[in-house]
Design a protein around this ligand. Structure first.
Ligand SMILES: *[C@@H]1O[C@H](CO)[C@@H](O)[C@H](O)[C@H]1NC(C)=O
Ligand SMILES: *[C@@H]1O[C@H](CO)[C@@H](O)[C@H](O)[C@H]1NC(C)=O
Ligand SMILES: *[C@@H]1O[C@H](CO)[C@@H](O)[C@H](O)[C@H]1NC(C)=O
Length: 416
């Protein structure tokens, strides 16, 4: 069965913070859409590459909170989760040049807090960039995207930021950690600049938010599992956008959670620190299906682009005719990153990360990444509710095992 699970939580990020903040994993059934649609990046039109999408059945090429909420069903096992979650589709290139759609097996997601705000109505954001062809270890927007090669036959291998150069018999897992600091005003800014990673401590930490993005959001983390039990061949893994190196993995989120639910979850505290056992969280139990998520058909199948994406056989070209990057070069905007600060100023893409890096740079080093683009419509104050009152210790930790890295999980058909 195809499936996906999403994991949400407020985890104790720092030593000294009591354990027991809410943390739960939402699981999803079959991906409802595998098509060239992306309401964040390409609203109203056809996307440049194929995505695999779960969540609300009302997904279409325009996002509105109301439309998401109106979905007749959701793949999630928490029936009120009418959000949509998507990532690029992965393909496998054969020696003869054909492309085979690679099934995504599952995903995990998660989130931390201090004064944590719930995702406002209409809120959307990105992690990673579909244009990035390089990797900068000092840039949190880059570090937040990685791969874990699951191979239970030997010692664990370190995570990589491009595709690993060996096969992963128990799945190739793409890890996409979303920014958890918000400007507190905008539901969206071009390039996802309304959100940012912490100023220090790590991309996935409860480190302090930069002055430009002072409001803490839940962290959202996807772990997409793709079948990868094939003999390794260099360049055979190809994202739907043509990236055969791997730096452009990215995730998209459009909020469809009911307003007011998360504050209750946070109030519930440790009783909602339940992982997969959502039935143990009194706030979520009434809307929990007690299953691993189900199938859900598109409300309007015509949103699916009428083209073959590889679900019924090999393709001779990637949908959209996207060329392979290694042969043709990455797209011009390859250096921009979706969640970084301004990409127009030299070095700006790593600005927030430079300030975020645990260096001795003082606050003056924090460049306002949203200075020129403050205008987009603010969310109504009524839709911005404080989700909790869990305060983090001022000292950030770099301990990645602190438990803040919750994830969301998605599961698709095993093989084809
Ligand atoms: C290309 O290679 C794949 C995998 O070996 C094979 O299944 C397919 O039939 C080949 N297609 C052509 C046109 O040779
Ligand atoms: C990316 O940035 C590097 C260094 O700033 C530059 O040399 C390179 O040309 C850029 N690549 C693209 C595709 O813009
Ligand atoms: C993601 O889900 C898997 C189960 O599929 C679990 O083993 C793993 O611990 C989860 N990751 C996180 C960060 O919670």
């Amino acid at each position: 069965m195809i499936g996906l699970s999403t994991l949400f939580g407020i985890a104790a990020l720092l030593a000294g913070v009591s354990a027991g903040n809410p943390f739960f994993i939402v699981q999803h059934g079959t991906a409802t859409f595998t098509t060239r649609v992306d309401p964040i990046i390409n609203p109203g039109t056809i996307s440049t590459h194929v995505h695999t999408v779960v969540g609300s059945s009302s997904f279409r090429n325009e996002y509105t909170y109301e439309n998401n909420r109106a979905g007749k069903c959701t793949t999630a096992n928490v029936i009120e989760d009418k959000s949509n979650y998507w990532a690029p589709q992965l393909y496998r290139k054969h020696d003869n040049g054909t492309f085979e759609l690679v099934r995504m097996n599952r995903v995990n997601t998660s989130g931390p807090d201090e004064e944590v705000h719930e995702f406002p109505e209409g809120f959307k954001m990105l992690a990673g960039s579909s244009k990035r062809s390089t990797y900068d270890d000092n840039d949190y927007t880059n570090k937040a995207i990685s791969y874990t090669c699951l191979d239970y036959s030997g010692p664990g291998k370190p995570d990589t930021h491009g595709f690993p150069e060996y096969s992963c018999p128990q799945d190739l897992r793409a890890n996409l950690f979303f920014p958890n600091c918000w400007d507190g005003v905008n539901n969206w800014l071009e390039g996802s600049k309304h959100v940012s990673y912490p100023a220090s401590g790590g991309h996935d930490s409860g480190g302090p938010c930069p002055a430009t993005h002072p409001k803490r959001l839940m962290s959202l983390f996807y772990e997409f599992h793709f079948t990868d039990n094939y003999e390794y061949t260099l360049g055979a893994r190809v994202w739907a956008n043509g990236d055969d190196v791997g730096y452009s993995a990215h995730g998209d989120f459009t909020n469809g959670w009911p307003t007011g639910l998360f504050p209750k979850v946070f109030e519930a505290g440790s009783s909602c620190d339940v992982g997969f056992s959502i039935e143990d969280c009194p706030v979520l139990e009434p809307i929990f299906t007690h299953s691993g998520g189900g199938t859900c058909s598109p409300d309007n199948p015509s949103v699916i682009i009428d083209e073959e994406v590889g679900e019924s056989g090999l393709l001779t070209a990637l949908p959209g005719n996207n060329p392979l990057w290694s042969i043709n070069g990455a797209p011009a905007a390859s250096n921009s990153t979706a969640t970084s600060s301004s990409s127009s100023a030299p070095g700006a893409s790593s600005t927030s990360q430079t300030s975020a890096a645990p260096t001795s740079s003082g606050p003056s080093a924090i460049v306002n990444p949203i200075g020129a683009i403050q205008s987009p419509a603010p969310v109504s104050s009524s839709s911005v509710s404080v989700i909790g009152d869990v305060h983090l210790s001022p000292a950030p930790t770099q301990d990645a095992s602190a438990g803040h890295c919750k994830a969301k999980k998605r599961r698709l058909a095993a093989q084809f």
